[in-house]
Ligand binder design. Structure first.
Ligand SMILES: [Zn+2]
Ligand SMILES: [Zn+2]
Ligand SMILES: [Zn+2]
Ligand SMILES: [Zn+2]
Ligand SMILES: [Zn+2]
Length: 345
């Protein structure tokens, strides 16, 4: 919005006025089509219509340019004090109006005495406040009620009725305060209830979580127990819980290798494809080891699992271990004795 044209001391020419608000240009902006408007008038216009107010062309805010010289020129024009109607006769440059307004003797100010609603020019107020304001305090009652007397009531002051009025006023204040206190208390207790609810919720959540953790913990410890029991079972059967690979090469002695097996299949090389490859699905378990036999001398023990075998130096092809052949086996064993490197090949 532009400045009030009537505030200017001299007549303001059309070229300094805004066509939108008809005021004197405030912070003028020039359009691409060379028309000038207040920034506060043209910006919202262009944003909402996208055109020059004169209808000459399409515009965006980027098509508006500052008119700094024009602005300076307007700010240097003389204006009447804003409180001219209250009696100020000052003429100031527009750019200084703000400073003068804050300091003008004619600016309206409210009386600062408690209860007085009067508004006066600042230069009159001092006199009023300290002089004839009916709400001016004139000291403590000399008759003994200790009330502070106001200028307007000092003549008609009666201690009893003044005290009654004072007490009524205080009671009023107390009532108001109590009401406010209750309201605040209600707000506080509402907030407290909310907080307690939140805490309860959190506690419940925590309990649920800890129950869940306990459940998981017991699940895990059960699993651990089971697996350690398994280990223990195995350990009772053998020296150690760990299976180790062992390769031994057995040389027939007196026509025998000295061990019996169970499970798996009986290794007959020409029987099927698996046998040819020397694989035994799942392996076979050593069920007996003869004393002083090649098997025992090579460390074979009951419960060893033979997973692979092959016959070296075939004598006759019909049998798996013809006399003079060496049975080469991979044995899965349990226990500390599985020192594969010591095993003869
Ligand atoms: Zn304007
Ligand atoms: Zn235009
Ligand atoms: Zn003034
Ligand atoms: Zn007053
Ligand atoms: Zn009194």
């Amino acid at each position: 919005m532009g400045f009030d044209v009537d505030a200017f001391v001299s007549t303001v020419g059309e070229e300094l006025r805004c066509e939108l608000c008809r005021g004197v240009l405030d912070n003028p902006l020039r359009t691409a089509c060379s028309h000038v408007f207040c920034s506060g008038c043209i910006l919202p216009w262009v944003v909402s219509t996208g055109r020059c107010p004169r209808g000459c062309q399409r515009l965006t805010p980027e098509d508006l340019g500052n008119e700094l010289e024009l602005r300076d020129c307007i700010l240097n024009l003389s204006v009447h004090c804003e409180y001219k109607d209250r009696g100020c006769k000052m003429l100031v440059r527009l750019r200084e109006m703000g400073v003068h307004r804050a300091d003008c003797d004619h600016r309206p100010v409210p009386c600062k005495n408690d209860g007085c609603k009067l508004v006066l020019s600042s230069r009159e107020m001092e006199k009023h406040v300290t002089g004839d304001c009916p709400y001016k305090e004139v000291g403590v009652c000399p008759k003994g009620c200790s009330l502070v007397l106001l200028q307007s009531t000092v003549g008609s002051h009666d201690c009893v009725s003044a005290l009654r009025a004072y007490i009524a006023g205080q009671e009023n204040r107390i009532n108001t305060m109590e009401t406010e206190l209750q309201r605040a208390g209600m707000m506080a207790s509402k907030r407290e209830r909310e907080l307690v609810n939140q805490i309860t919720l959190l506690q419940n959540e925590n309990q649920l979580q800890s129950l869940e953790f306990q459940r998981k913990l017991s699940e895990i410890s059960t699993k651990l127990k089971k697996s350690s029991n398994k280990c223990a079972d195995v350990s009772t059967n053998t020296d150690d819980a760990v299976w180790r690979a062992l390769t031994v090469t057995l040389q027939r002695q007196g026509g025998a290798l000295g061990f019996n097996i169970m499970g798996g299949f009986t290794p007959e090389p020409n029987n099927n494809e698996t046998a040819k490859r020397g694989e035994m699905a799942g392996g076979v378990e050593v069920s007996r080891v003869t004393e002083n036999s090649p098997a025992e001398k090579n460390g074979l023990k009951i419960h060893d699992i033979i997973t692979q075998w092959r016959v070296k130096r075939w004598g006759q092809v019909e049998t798996i271990d013809p006399p003079g052949s060496r049975l080469h086996t991979d044995i899965q064993t349990q226990g500390p004795r599985s020192k594969a490197s010591k095993v003869p090949h």
